[in-house]
Design a protein around this ligand. Structure first.
Ligand code: AMP
Ligand code: MG
Length: 407
């Protein structure tokens, strides 16, 4: 058995980054960028109007007000997409719509509301004085040419999509999605929706895994429940090891008479890096590799499988895609947290904000078979080996479930 910290170090050394692929901007949501996004032009690209109105020379409008109307000669129109190539001379103005290029010679926009309006009249009545630069969006005021806008490793959300579109990126280089096989083992497992016979239970873990793999941004290639039978396990794993970047199992990895997963993996040439970590829940954790395939064997108790996935598998799936690591944060316990003398301890928990501080408490259901302990949880709390309890008021590590928030 090795320590939590040793196990983490061993895994770190085995991680690689998957390759990249090009996707359409439309299909890029949630993917991890594999390139920096750089502005190929300044934004705005050219001086343009922030309002529907008239482009003027500010000098011509000095002293204009409702009581002192100034008349300017309307010489044309500049609209979004149809810039005018007119040059304003003294006493002239040009109708200029939002987003339209500012005609040469003009240095301010007067809102149409402060004029006699967009009629066909040659003379426009100006009822306000325009300050130089008023209502003009200047070239490069937001972004200079050549700025790095988004860094490689960023997860793409609506904000990144909008920025990429603004700067003309129709395709993006993103990290490939890890191809994953998930499987559960157990003669007792029945799929939800079917009837249970005596001694049987429903397979919950693969449903949890399937959702987590997808949430992490990876792709499930194979999903199966396998009987505690070496031959079936072997043929399943043979295939999975050849086609997937990661194989994740639940159950069949402990000391039971029918726990064949480890034996079969080794028979198939998987190199074992460790089996059993000083942690609770989930001690019989297996980690191995075969060529570029990473194999995680998680024990079958639902909380061990779920927490094991979040602590061990999730960060690795994210790293395979080049994503930045999410760090744990510290919170102040409001209730005691039970420590283990020889094991790193994890429990589902709740974290919340109180008077500007992060407070937290563990679930009061502590059994590794009690999957409902995850229901109210927004985090996993963890603490290194210790004696007795961490007491209320003491700090503890909080691993926020990535799809939850602290309110
Ligand atoms: P094992 O790791 O195979 O010894 O299983 C440990 C416990 O987890 C046993 O009580 C199993 O019935 C249960 N278990 C194993 N696989 C699953 C699963 N996919 N869904 C729910 N419980 C499971
Ligand atoms: Mg079993």
């Amino acid at each position: 058995m090795i320590s939590f910290q040793e196990a983490k170090l061993i895994i770190q050394k085995k991680i690689f980054e998957l390759g990249t692929e090009i996707v359409d901007l439309n299909n890029s949501a949630d993917r991890i960028l594999a390139q920096d996004i750089v502005s190929n032009f300044p934004s705005p690209k050219f001086d343009n109007s922030a309002m529907d109105g008239f482009a003027v020379r500010s000098f011509d409008t000095i002293g204009a007000s409702i009581k002192n109307i100034i008349s300017l000669k309307n010489i044309g129109l500049s609209s979004a997409g149809q810039p005018s190539n007119l040059t304003l001379m003294s006493g002239e103005c040009v109708q200029c719509m939002t987003g339209a290029k500012i005609p040469d010679g003009a240095d301010a926009i007067i809102m149409v509301e402060d004029t006699s309006g967009f009629s066909n009249d040659e003379n426009v009545q100006i009822m306000i004085e325009a300050k130089r630069g008023k209502h003009i969006r200047f070239k490069g005021e937001e972004i200079k040419e050549g700025e790095t806008l988004i860094r490689k490793g960023t997860q793409i959300t609506s904000s990144e999509i909008g920025t990429c579109a603004t700067f003309g990126y129709g395709e993006l280089s993103v990290s490939k999605k890890p191809k994953v096989a998930i499987f559960g083992t157990g003669n007792e497992l029945v799929e939800p929706g079917q009837d249970l016979k005596e001694g049987e239970i429903y397979n919950s873990n693969l449903f949890i895994f399937a959702d987590l793999v997808q949430k992490a941004g990876a792709e499930i290639l194979i999903r199966n429940v396998i009987k505690d039978d070496k031959a079936s396990l072997k043929s399943f794993l043979f295939n999975a090891l050849q086609t997937c970047d990661m194989v994740i199992s639940s159950g069949g990895i402990s000391m039971g008479r029918y726990d064949y997963v480890r034996e079969v993996l080794i028979e198939l040439g998987v190199k074992e890096h460790f089996w059993k970590v000083a942690q609770k829940p989930g001690k019989p954790l297996f980690f191995g590799t075969k060529k570029n395939t990473l194999i995680f064997g998680l024990p079958g108790n639902p909380v061990s499988s779920y927490i094991g996935f979040m602590i061990w598998v999730w960060p690795i799936l994210r790293k395979l895609m080049g994503s930045k690591e999410t760090k744990s944060i510290k919170g102040i316990l409001s209730e005691p947290f039970p420590l283990e003398k020889f094991k790193y301890r994890f429990l589902f928990g709740q974290a919340w904000m109180e008077k500007g501080q992060v407070k937290c408490k563990p679930s009061n259901k502590v059994g590794s078979h009690m999957v409902t302990s995850a229901l109210a949880a927004n985090c996993i709390l963890s603490c290194n080996i210790g004696d007795g309890f961490l007491n209320p008021g003491e700090f503890i590590d909080i691993h926020l479930l990535p799809w939850k928030t602290i309110k």
